[in-house]
Design a protein around this ligand. Structure first.
Ligand code: ADP
Length: 452
């Protein structure tokens, strides 16, 4: 800890780990500080995948996509509240972010769809495993190869400035240290994630009271205070996303995200009357708003085989199974006749490639449900905070006068701008890779200028 580090990275989610790897590869000496006892933040809970357009993976699978269409989908779903410059940079660099991961042995060679997207551009491991843990494991093995230090259970409590106001270190506290200690550096990257586990802040900025959260307990928005205390501008904190499909363990109260890829692969939603009630592939805001307290995700064996995460959900006891529709109805306390009618109607829609009731787009390879059938009880939960620290496309943190705060960079969920007021599934992981890389690069350029 007494060594001299060039860049201090706060947070060990994928934005933090990617920026550390990038900074190291450009000749810097980085250190990562993580307040929790384990690595990976909310990233390790991410499920569906990483969006990118015009990739070789898409090309190989015959999917014609453009960065313009990626931009348009994200802008439409974000209700045109996205920062156009940030979004433009993001879509233009998504393809090389997939390549960068591949160069680091993190291969995302399968594709799925997330709600609202018009193309299959959500990249995920070929095994269809949830992306989060796979990504963190891959990044961590690179971090180990480079011997980049990570201080766990160490909380950053303040950013340090020189006499000109430039950021050049952090104050840290741990259980072992009796008082705060200062760690000096030349630049700091804020990768502290969001605040969806901070009930007080959620209530301060929204009307969202009484919702469970899918987030890890450390997602408390520390980065906002750290940045604000050195003059950073905070934006759009009221833009908080509810994810429609979380499973709440009735005994422990612990909430688990049920990945959107399951709907992307064909799962439907039914209410307690056993009826569909929405286009399941509408964006998160729309689907969440139509769920009355809770409902059921229904899918079949084929869909299960396309979503490895279901094995985990099953192991955790979330999944109910029926060899017949009536068995599933009994298990879920749904009316057998209504559930059967719903599934028969759905079969007609799939065969006709037309969903007259809710206008869900039916993918060409979609097939009618076949036994065994499965159900997971789901309810909406606070999931993601779109607002945060204002950055420019160089990930430099800005103050209220739109000036750069020298030496301070930020990437990932702690920042504001990319998602507008409604994030698309698969864009958060992509954001951490695209802007994590950029933060590492820009920190290196900044330090180069400092020393010359
Ligand atoms: P992202 O997806 O943007 O990378 P994550 O939620 O995955 O964000 O990771 C953010 C990490 O930052 C979490 O592991 C969180 O515990 C950590 N963190 C948050 N605040 C602090 C802090 N004050 N000091 C150190 N680590 C922090």
């Amino acid at each position: 800890m007494n060594e001299n580090y060039d860049v201090i990275i706060i947070g060990s989610g994928s934005a933090g780990l990617v920026s550390a790897i990038q900074a190291y590869e450009l000749g810097l000496k980085p250190i990562i500080i993580e307040k929790m006892p384990s690595i990976g933040g909310n990233t390790k809970r991410a499920s569906s995948g990483m969006n990118a357009a015009e990739t070789t993976v898409q090309q190989k699978k015959g999917i014609q996509d453009t960065t313009t269409s990626f931009y348009d989908d994200t802008y439409r779903i974000g209700h045109q509240k996205n920062d156009p410059a940030i979004l433009k940079y993001f879509v233009a660099h998504s393809n090389q972010a997939i390549e960068w991961l591949a160069q680091h042995y993190i291969l995302l060679e399968d594709l799925t769809l997330t709600a609202g997207m018009t193309k299959k551009r959500t990249h995920r491991p070929a095994s269809t495993a949830p992306i989060g843990q796979y990504l963190i494991n891959g990044l961590l093995s690179q971090i180990k190869t480079y011997h980049i230090p990570i201080l766990l259970s160490t909380k950053v409590t303040a950013l340090k400035q020189n006499s000109q106001g430039w950021i050049n270190g952090v104050a840290i506290s741990t259980k072992e240290l009796s008082k705060e200690t200062v760690l000096d550096g030349r630049a700091v990257i804020l990768a502290t994630g969001g605040f969806a586990a901070n009930q007080k802040l959620i209530q301060q900025y929204s009307q969202l009271i009484g919702y469970p959260t899918t987030n890890q307990v450390g997602a408390t928005g520390d980065g906002l205070f750290l940045a604000e205390n050195v003059g950073a501008q905070l934006c759009n904190l009221e833009n908080i996303q509810i994810h429609p499909t979380a499973h709440v363990n009735q005994v422990t109260g612990r909430t688990y995200l049920i990945g959107e890829a399951l709907r992307g692969e064909g799962a439907i939603l039914v209410n307690h009357q056993g009826e569909r009630f929405v286009n399941e592939l509408a964006d998160r805001q729309i689907v969440s708003a139509t769920i009355e307290h809770d409902s059921f995700l229904i899918f079949d064996q084929r869909i299960r085989e396309r979503s490895q995460a279901v094995d985990f959900y099953d192991k955790m006891g979330f999944v109910q199974q029926g060899e017949t529709i009536s068995e599933l109805a009994t298990r879920t306390h749904l009316d057998t006749k209504r559930l059967r009618d719903t599934l028969e109607n759905w079969e007609k829609s799939v065969r006709a490639h037309n969903d007259p009731d809710f206008k869900r787009p039916i993918l060409s390879q979609q097939l009618p449900f076949k036994s065994p059938f499965y159900a997971i009880r789901i309810q909406p939960a606070v999931h993601y905070t779109m607002g945060g620290v204002r950055i420019n496309t160089k990930t430099e943190v800005m103050n209220a006068q739109q000036e750069v705060i020298h030496g301070l960079f930020a990437a990932g969920e702690v920042t504001s701008g990319l998602h507008g007021d409604n994030r698309v599934g698969g864009n958060s992981i992509a954001e951490t890779i695209v802007f994590g890389q950029q933060a590492g690069r820009q920190a290196a350029q900044y330090i180069q200028r400092l020393v010359n």
